[in-house]
Write a protein of this length. Structure first.
Length: 280
């Protein structure tokens, strides 16, 4: 039962708040409460109306996991996100891992994404595509291609990603597929709640020898707090993780949002603190 306590708590908080009687929210300047990275598992692009550079730190915890962060899956990641102009967004991360046998390892990735549709205003529909490179825990390099889509209104936001990854190593999959979706609704001037879902290594549905152990799915509540006129914003999301398919391959050390599960299913929870360098 212990492994379901934290996800259940998040579900109860989200459910109790959404069950409250709807109320008319006061008009709020969207730019004053917009978060540069409101979701934990989907990347959204920045715009001409939100040209801020941001630093963020995220920590995660997963039950019944294995990999660089040990059995309990405790991890940390640092990131940077900024607007380059002309509808280009830069996104980069660096993670630090503590291996089972001791020692410290790291993994990095960097991407540049351009909005092909929209991207000049905070609200409305945006669709973008980007390229990037990564180096994982075992020093394997990969090429990344990502498609992003989002729709932002004053009181709600929707974002989704489709990511393709090609590792330059013969022991890895020909191509990795990862997709994610997030939705949040504003229930207070600076508070959004909703859900996030992610499907990871979806090639496991047709490849019985998938190199990361099989296709994994997660869905759970998502909360974002962006205090008005503050340089800080906060997000938390997580939920149960389960294998949709299983391969008999020992999981690789590729960079993943959901770490490999040592046995059965489990859960993951991630929290993020974002700091933006706003001019005013």
């Amino acid at each position: 039962m212990k492994k379901f306590l934290l996800p259940a708590a998040l579900f109860l908080i989200a459910g109790s708040v959404m069950a409250q009687k709807p109320q008319t929210l006061p008009e709020t300047n969207l730019q004053s409460t917009i978060s540069a990275q409101p979701f934990l598992f989907s990347i959204n692009t920045l715009t001409d109306e939100n040209p801020r550079w941001n630093l963020h730190y995220s920590g995660s915890y997963g039950e019944k996991t294995q990999g660089q962060f040990g059995y309990n899956g405790l991890g940390q990641q640092f990131g940077v996100k900024g607007y380059l102009g002309s509808r280009f967004t830069l996104y980069g991360t660096a993670a630090i891992g503590f291996a089972h046998g001791g020692g410290v390892t790291s993994a990095q990735q960097v991407e540049v994404i351009r909005d092909l549709i929209g991207g000049k205003k905070l609200t409305g529909f945006r669709f973008g595509a980007g390229l990037g490179l990564s180096r994982d825990w075992s020093n394997v390099k990969s090429a990344i291609s990502r498609f992003t889509a989002s729709y932002d209104k004053t009181n709600w936001r929707l974002a989704g990603n489709l990511r393709f990854e090609k590792a330059f190593d013969n022991s890895r999959d020909e191509l990795d597929f990862i997709t994610s979706l997030g939705f949040q609704h504003r229930i207070a001037p600076a508070l959004y709640i909703g859900f996030e879902a992610i499907g990871q290594d979806l090639e496991g549905f047709w490849d019985k020898d998938e190199a990361e152990g099989g296709a994994k799915l997660m869905i759970g509540p998502s909360i974002n707090l962006s205090p008005t006129h503050s340089k800080l914003s906060f997000s938390v999301a997580g939920g149960p993780v389960f294998y949709a398919t299983r391969s008999q391959i020992i999981p690789s050390e590729a960079i993943r949002e959901i770490t490999s599960l040592s046995s059965g299913n489990g859960y993951t929870i991630r929290a993020l603190v974002n700091f933006n360098f706003r001019n005013k």
